[in-house]
Each structure stands twice: as structure tokens, then as C-alpha cells.
Design a binder for this molecule. Sequence first.
Ligand SMILES: [Fe+2]
Ligand SMILES: [Fe+2]
Length: 510
Amino acid sequence: MNIAKYFLKKGLLLDPKIINNFKDIVFLDEKERFSDSLFLDGLSYKDIIEDRTQVKDIEDEIYINEISNDAKRHDEKEDITDIDVPINISDRSNIKIIKCYHDNARRREVKDFILYIKQRLNFLKNILLSREELQNTLSISKILDKKSRENVSIIGIVKNKRINKTGSITLTIEDLTGEVDILFNKNIEILDEIRDVMLDEVVGITGIVGDKIVFGNKLFFPDIPVTNEFKKYHKEEYIVFTSDVHVGNKFFYEKNFSNFIKWLNLEYGNENQKEIAKKVKYVFFVGDLCDGIGVYPDQEDDLVIKDIYEQYELFAKYINTIRKDITIILICGNHDAVRLSEPQPIIDKKIAPSLFENDNVIFTTNPSIVNICSTENFPGFNILLYHGYSFPFYSEEVDSIRKKGRLERVDLIMRYLIQRRHLAPSHGSNLYIPDPDEDHMLIDKIPDFFVSGHIHKTNASTYKGITLLNCGCWIGQTEDQEKRGIVPDPNRIMVVNLQTRDIKILNFEE
Ligand SMILES: [Fe+2]
Ligand SMILES: [Fe+2]
């Protein structure tokens, strides 16, 4: 069948660049995975289905002290309200889902993309306008009327980036009134930052007007304010973060995962470790709960459970044995049985009925912000959960991250996205459904924790008071991963002491 026609029948418009990538692939089994995407612009089939994972060696147990003294938290008052989300949550009043996605299934049109980008520009522009240097920002149409040599400031979306033969860099910036080229001289101090700029991100620039061009001298990202409070809880309680369980794959470390569950139930580990387990109040699973079906070519050769219902049934068997005073929060990832396009909704109850049986299990969307531990006198901790599908794109495309170690430096990827206040600022770094009313990938509320998975790395760092955590996984190296040179880092969990904000990494490998 003609590939373009096949997808057209499904209501999908394929970019001609990717049609060649389908020619060796029998894609009928994969059709469901594309059913929510209107455009697959510029992404190859392989990019869409790959779960690129890399791993670095770590010690068996690493103790990470409070990571940075300048990790001060901006004392920002935020409205915390319960959202009516379709989850099986009981009245666990110390947990509030303060941001999640409500699935509003309908056909999307070009105007939805336009409105989606416009409201993102407006939101980020307002953040940038709080910078002193950008107070006198003008629209681009007015800047083009200015006389030469006047100082100006501009806020807009990056439409194009060109590295010139001389070593200088030209950014084309657009706003709702027009576009203008900004030239950054090769000798400018911030040239490396300019080189890292990606298309579609929103930036602020100051410079001097030339003839239909601006000579840029400074670059500003939305970023977050310099922080002044690193929140700590009055009680010694612990959160566990983990992800990428991949139940159903033959490389799933079931025994080790079972030991992790036993540890939570105080049946495994030494006395010190059990003392910590006693004080665990929350466990977060940040996506890829099961391995799924048809996620990558020849995946069936790696599956010991080839039925999606049975995969979730086994996952639920473990989750449902966790002691009931622990609250378990789950989001989906690209391997789970939901659409690939972000934001990803919660899983359908029919696919994983057993996971909906317990009051202490909460599903929320990918991404979400969950607030825990709030009281009358304490605002609680905001935890931004995002599986991390966009991370491989930035590890390859951002010059400084690629040079410093690609996925080995997931801390730099997470910091990069916080600075952009967006989880996937460049079109093509994820698949998404444009919501004209709200960009769910925006980092609009400043979190205390930003937690991800997907690339199977265990990594902890701090940026301006935000604890950045990337969880490990519970799966060994599949042939597919080996072909791509990926060595996973399994059987590890992150444990955070909320009283001190110290982080431990526990290894359950036997
Ligand atoms: Fe994964
Ligand atoms: Fe993943």
C-alpha cells in the first residue's frame, strides 16, 4: 500500500522526509501508536519508537549530601488547589495534584497549533519582561523602523539559527508583528550560549540596531529567579523515586524488583535500611511501568509476557502488596499502553483494572505536578513529573551537552529545560497534542523537585534550589539497546529525606 495514502486515510499528514524511513518496515502492527498524531514532521520512524537509554557506572550505594549551598528556593506563593482528575485517589489530604492534563479528545486543526504557540509566547514573554534589561522591549515591527545605532531589546521565538562562515551566528527572531535577524559577532563572550539556542524556544535579546538587522550583545532565557529558600520538612519522612520497570520484558529484573517491594514492607535489608523504609511515605514511578507491545522492531523476541493486560496484572501484583500507609504515584511513559503524544493521559482502567483497586495508588498524567506535605503553615513540596521522552533530542542537538557527554549528562538536559521553562521547547523533540488553551509542557510553576526517567540513568543534581533527579530502571540490556550501544543502569532507587533534602541511591542488585 502507498505509505502516504495509508496514513492519509488515518487522518495523518506525513512529512515527505520521513516516508523513506518506512520502506523496510511492516508498520501495520504499529498503527495504533500513531493514531493521535496529526503531524510527524521531520521525525524518523526510528526516533519515534526508540527508547534510547544509556548508563554510567555508579557506586553500589552513594550518599549525596545537600548538593549545593546556593540551592536557595525562591519564596514564591502559589495557589494550590485540588484538580478534579480522574484518578482513584482517596482523601489523602497531604497529596494534591496541582497540575495535570484533562484529555479532551477532538480533531485538531492548524489554528490549534497557532494558538498553542501564541499562548506559549505570551506566557514566556511575561516572564522575560520581569528582567530589568528587557523592560523597554519593543515589537519587531517597531524595531525595524528604528534608526541605526539605537539600543533595543526584543523578545520572540527563534525561527532560524545560522552559523556563518566567519564564525558569527545569526538568529532569526519572530514575534506576532514580524521577524528580524540578530547577528552575534564571533568574538562575543556568550557565543557558546548562542550556539546552544534551539529553534522554537522563546528568548530575550538586547542589541544595537543596524540596517534591517540587530547586532546582539546579550541573551536572556525565561529561567527561574535566584532562589532564597531550600524548603525542608519538619519531620523525617522519605520519598522514593523510581521508573522504567518494563514488566514483561525478559530482561526485567523481577527478583531485584521484588526485593525492593520487600524492603518497602520491612522484609528486606539491614536494620538501618529498614529504619529508612519505615519512614517512606511516598513512592513515585515515573513511567514505562510495563514494556508494552510493538514499541520497537522485533520487541516480541524480548517479551516473556506478550499480552498487555498480563503485563499490567504482574505490575499490579507487586504494587498492590506495598504497605497501605505508603502512597504510590504513577505516570505513564512511551512504553505504556497510552498514546505516544504528550501530554500522555492516565492509563485506561480496562487495561490495568487491578491497579485501580487500591486507595493508596494514584495515577496522574505525564507531565504533572504533585504537591505533598502541605499544611496550614507549610506550602509543601511541588514535584514535577515528566517521563523524559524529549531528553535524547536535546542530548544530541544542544552543542554543549553533546560535547560534555550526551545522555551521560542528563543533569545538563534537565537544567537546560528548566532555563527554557519548557519540557520540549523545540518542535520535533517530542510528539504532542496542541491544546490552544494551555501548553501542558510549560514549566509554569517552579517545582522543588523535577523528576524524570526514560533514559535509565541514575543522576541527582540541584539547580537554583530545584532538586533534579533522573531515576534508574529495572531492565537489563536488550539486543535493541545493545545495537545502539546502550548499557542500562538497573535496580537502583532514589530515596530523599524531606527533613534534610539529602539523597541516597540504593542498589537492589543481587
Ligand atoms: Fe524505559
Ligand atoms: Fe521511556
